[in-house]
Design a protein around this ligand. Structure first.
Ligand code: PEP
Length: 260
């Protein structure tokens, strides 16, 4: 991916895999394959690569990835550092387990657990407090797109979910149209360009120079066959990948489509 027309300077792309609730220990074999492939000469070094496995695999994956260019992220966190919250995991615990980032506000959490923007913001703040990068997800539903509300939703979610203290070094935006997640559907490159350009402008308004350099990932049915065209869109600084991240060969196909 070359520097886009709307980004003032080259922004280092990130390809992050979200394994969701998939993966027993045997799934780590895919991470080992990915690790080996990343050491190969064919993979450009100007791209960051991350896997966000289920919490049960974070420590093991962190061990496997130690000393390599494969980063480990988590999929969610609680907003408090510790306490009587049965079943929850704090950002500090994720950091302690070896994660360097955490996804917050994924649409499956917004929809399935009623996570509103202020909760997402509190979780993003927790990530920064714990020394993790926050991958903040935003995106419209099919109904909202049909109603012409795509940019309004993006504006509202950005304003409500992003910590004031966010910097380009510790926060990443993932634009994921809800209707594109896991469906095989994707917006046109023109639609992606419109939303990413809008997000870039909103980030600059909200965060100044930090917003200029913040990575904006596209997510939603990215696969090797469509990655090149999606990743070439201006202000698309990488991808958040669900289903296609479960097989190393597929994720490598997406990484290979990133031109730096
Ligand atoms: C996701 O859930 O973040 C995602 C992008 O999923 P998929 O790639 O499977 O659409």
């Amino acid at each position: 991916m070359t520097s886009s027309r709307t980004d003032p300077a080259p922004i280092r792309p990130l390809v992050a895999g979200n394994w969701k609730m998939h993966g027993l220990k045997a799934q780590l074999a895919e991470a080992a394959t990915l690790r080996a492939a990343l050491e190969g000469a064919l993979v450009p070094h100007g791209i960051d690569v991350m896997i966000c496995p289920p919490a049960t695999l974070i420590m093991e994956l962190a061990r496997l990835a130690a000393g390599t260019r494969l980063a480990v992220g988590a999929q969610d966190c609680h907003w408090l550092p510790a306490g009587a919250h049965t079943g929850d995991i704090s950002a500090e615990m994720l950091h302690d387990a070896g994660a360097s980032a955490v996804i917050v506000g994924h649409s499956e959490r917004r929809a399935g657990y009623g996570e509103l923007d202020h909760i997402v913001k509190a979780k993003a703040e927790a990530a920064l407090r714990a020394g993790l990068a926050a991958i903040v997800c935003i995106g419209e539903t099919a109904g909202q797109r049909r109603a012409g509300l795509t940019l309004d939703v993006a504006a509202r979610q950005l304003a409500g979910s992003l910590p004031e203290a966010s910097t380009a070094a510790d926060t990443i935006i993932a634009y994921e149209p809800v209707w594109a997640i896991g469906t095989g559907l994707t917006p046109t490159t023109g639609e992606v360009a419109e939303v990413h350009a809008f997000i870039r402008t909103a980030l600059i308004d909200q965060l100044g120079v930090q917003g200029r350099e913040m990575r904006i990932l596209y997510g939603g049915s990215v696969k090797p066959s469509n990655a090149a065209e999606l990743l070439a869109v201006p202000s698309v600084n990488g991808a958040l990948v669900g289903g296609a991240s479960l097989k190393a060969v597929d994720l490598m196909g997406i990484i290979a489509a990133c031109k730096v």
